[in-house]
Design a protein around this ligand. Structure first.
Ligand SMILES: [Zn+2]
Length: 372
């Protein structure tokens, strides 16, 4: 355990005086800074998923995702219909456990229109993957990585800069960013405003800003369930669970000790050539490998592939985070779909995290009845 985590635990133990579920006003939460246009030449830090590979076996996607063609946020960010007072739901477990606060899962509305609002058949708090193992080997912070400091729309630095290490990024409360506004390419049946594209996963920061850390000191992403690695693409690892769902891990560190100067032309500057100029894979898994819940997958990173810029082949950057998706064959009306779609992961991750920090399941929120 790192010294930093010791400090974290010491700090939170100091405030986790007793068991309580309580509300406190949104004013206590640092507001994310206003969005701005990204600077020219900056890579899109998180364009959403790579192309949907379709049914298993999942083929290796051929191309990098397109940069976000329409990064300007919604000019009319309507408040969410189910969060009129911006309440924050807080979990303060007893004993030597971290305080864990999380905002409700439609607060994304403040940035993108509306989040998943439920249907007649499925509560907006429906837990799609109830038995998930928390996907990191330590604490983490679920929040938006593009609308917070260091993010594309944050106005505070950019990916790879000091802005992303702002303390506000590494703190509770968690916030949902499924359905967050992105480019025009990604639609999702769970996102009610389909006039624009959506972010169809959850961004999760590691417990501290590790952008300059050596590989072995970065936080490990772990398997969320038993299954096998169905594919390893240029920046995505997919886990096909025995539960029938597929889990996507993006931006893990994929390669170690690379010499990109050997790739001297734009054509050579391709992910396909990385095996020849890198010492080894930085991942802990390879395609086809069986995994058990909790097994290491790879290190949380800012990996965004490579690209040719300013006359050289360079590493492209997003912020230091895990982009995590759950894909399931379920429609918002609860019916079966022929091909899997990204489903809202937030309530599943909250449930997994409560287990991770040692909360008693008897004290978990009753998601179906929860009032936020
Ligand atoms: Zn993301």
């Amino acid at each position: 355990m790192s010294a930093a985590r010791d400090i974290l635990l010491a700090a939170v133990v100091a405030v986790a005086g007793g068991a309580a579920l309580y509300y406190f006003p949104l004013d206590d939460v640092p507001a994310p800074p206003g969005p701005v246009e990204p600077g020219p030449g900056e890579p899109d830090p998180d364009p959403g998923p790579e192309p949907d590979p379709g049914p298993d076996p999942e083929p290796e996607p051929e191309t990098e995702p397109e940069p976000d063609p329409d990064p300007e946020p919604d000019p009319d960010p309507s408040p969410g219909p189910l969060d009129p007072d911006g309440a924050v739901f807080a979990w303060a477990p007893p004993g030597e456990l971290p305080t864990f606060d999380y905002r409700n899962n439609v607060d994304v509305a403040n940035r993108s229109g509306f989040g998943w609002d439920g249907s007649d058949e499925l509560s907006r708090n429906y837990v799609f993957a109830p038995d998930l193992t928390w996907p990191l080997d330590g604490p983490g912070y679920a929040n938006t990585q593009v609308y917070r400091p260091g993010g594309q729309f944050s106005g505070v630095g950019g990916p790879g800069g000091s802005g992303e290490c702002d303390a506000r990024n590494f703190d509770y409360p968690w916030e949902d960013n499924f359905c967050e506004r992105r480019g025009t390419s990604t639609r999702n049946p769970f996102c009610p405003n389909n006039a624009h594209g959506h972010h169809v996963g959850q961004d999760i920061r590691p417990q501290q800003c590790t952008r300059n850390f050596p590989l072995e000191e970065r936080q490990m992403a772990v398997a969320v369930t038993d299954g096998y690695i169905s594919s390893v693409a240029s920046m995505t690892v997919r886990l096909r669970g025995d539960d029938g769902r597929t889990y996507w891990y993006m931006h893990l560190e994929h390669w170690d000790n690379c010499d990109l100067s050997q790739l001297t032309t734009p054509a050579q500057c391709s992910a396909a050539n990385l095996p020849s100029v890198c010492e080894r894979s930085a991942l802990e898994v390879e395609a086809g490998q069986d995994v058990r819940a909790g097994d290491p997958i790879g290190r949380v990173s800012n990996w965004f592939g490579i690209g040719w810029s300013n006359g050289a082949c360079r590493r492209s950057l997003t912020t230091d985070h895990l982009h995590f998706e759950i894909r399931d064959t379920i429609d918002p009306d609860g019916s079966f779909t022929a091909s899997a779609v990204p489903v809202p992961p937030y309530s599943s991750l909250v449930t997994a995290y409560l287990r991770f920090i040692g909360a008693d399941e008897a004290d978990f929120p009753d998601w179906e009845e929860a009032e936020f």
